[in-house]
Design a binder for this molecule. Structure first.
Ligand code: NAD
Length: 290
């Protein structure tokens, strides 16, 4: 099922989704408009596989097999033979609408078009296609290859067949749990996690505790793998800001207003792991330095 999968966008999520699909034996065609971002992404992907090798989770032969399944594709047109495309481009309605319009033209009607958007309307995206029944939301949590839950979002016109195929793929091929959510900005995961991150940023800017201590409190106190500030660094501070801004606009509630500190960091280009620094510092393989 879904033997060849296209992934659009090779940023934080696109890379992670491509890795997960290749590990599950799928051929992946990766389209990224920014050549430098694509190279960085492929380096980070290899570093992630190297770390798994160090932990004896995969062998060198498996690493090579996984990398061989990921192919760079020059354009959306090159995805014409895919059964499924997962769009993970920047969180902008204009960008995504153009992508869906093109995918709808290039791919046969039987192919499923999925978006990994956290906050944009699936129904609106589907609205630019001639076949909105095959458009669906597949919202992965970063890092997709390790987090075993996916939110499935139905647009107003998503068909039962598209929903069932997607659910089966997530549960039987990707071996993950799925939850069905109704179209609503942030769904369950982004809405909850971004509020916690934003509150941690407010604590930090009010001088209540240091970044290290805020993270330690949540890691040890509530058994999170990473504290909220390191989580933000790993998701990408620009991605967190985009999600909060969108939820603030959509719900009109002050609780979603992004902290000024988050905006400052993004304006300074300190986006977290992808730029080497955010609230903490990271090496080029994404490992924390300080
Ligand atoms: P990102 O900025 O890290 O990556 C986006 C990539 O898309 C960039 O490399 C950009 O060059 C590329 N891109 C933009 N327009 C393109 C186009 N027309 N064709 C091909 N590539 C294009 O962003 P991200 O954090 O990976 O987020 C991607 C999507 O995933 C967003 O919709 C976001 O809401 C969603 N998401 C993000 C997270 C997270 O933790 N970062 C989690 C769940 C979902």
């Amino acid at each position: 099922m879904f033997r060849t999968v296209g992934v659009v966008g090779a940023g934080t999520m696109g890379r992670s989704i491509a890795e997960m699909l290749a590990v599950k034996g799928r051929d992946v065609l990766l389209v990224e408009k920014n050549g430098k971002a694509l190279d960085t992404s492929l380096e980070l992907l290899e570093a992630s596989l190297d770390r798994q090798m160090e932990r004896w989770a995969i062998t060198l032969a498996e690493k090579k097999l996984i990398l061989n399944r990921i192919h760079k594709a020059a354009s959306l047109q090159a995805l014409a033979d895919c059964d499924l495309v997962i769009e993970a481009a920047s969180e902008s309605l204009d960008i995504k609408k153009k992508i869906f319009e093109s995918l709808d033209r290039y791919l046969p009607q039987s192919a499923v078009l999925a978006s990994n958007t956290s906050t944009l309307s699936l129904t609106e995206l589907a609205g630019v296609t001639r076949h909105p029944e095959r458009v669906i939301g597949m919202h992965f949590v970063y890092p997709a290859y390790r987090i075993d839950v996916v939110e499935i979002i139905r647009g107003l016109k998503t068909s039962d067949q598209t929903f069932e195929q997607t659910k089966q793929f997530i549960e039987q091929v990707l071996d993950k749990k799925s939850i069905m959510v109704y179209e609503s900005p942030g769904y369950v995961t982004t809405r909850l996690i971004c509020l916690m991150i934003n509150e941690a940023l407010l604590l930090l800017s009010e001088g209540v505790a240091s970044a290290e201590d805020i993270d330690l409190a949540m890691r040890v106190g509530y058994q999170f793998e990473h504290g909220p500030l390191e989580m933000a660094d790993r998701f990408g501070l620009d991605a967190v800001l985009a999600a909060l801004e969108r939820m603030f606009r959509e719900y009109g509630e002050l609780k979603y207003r992004p902290s000024i500190l988050l905006k400052k960091k993004v304006r300074a280009g300190q986006l977290g792991v992808k730029t080497g620094s955010g609230f903490f510092r990271y090496n080029k393989d994404g490992e924390r330095l300080s």
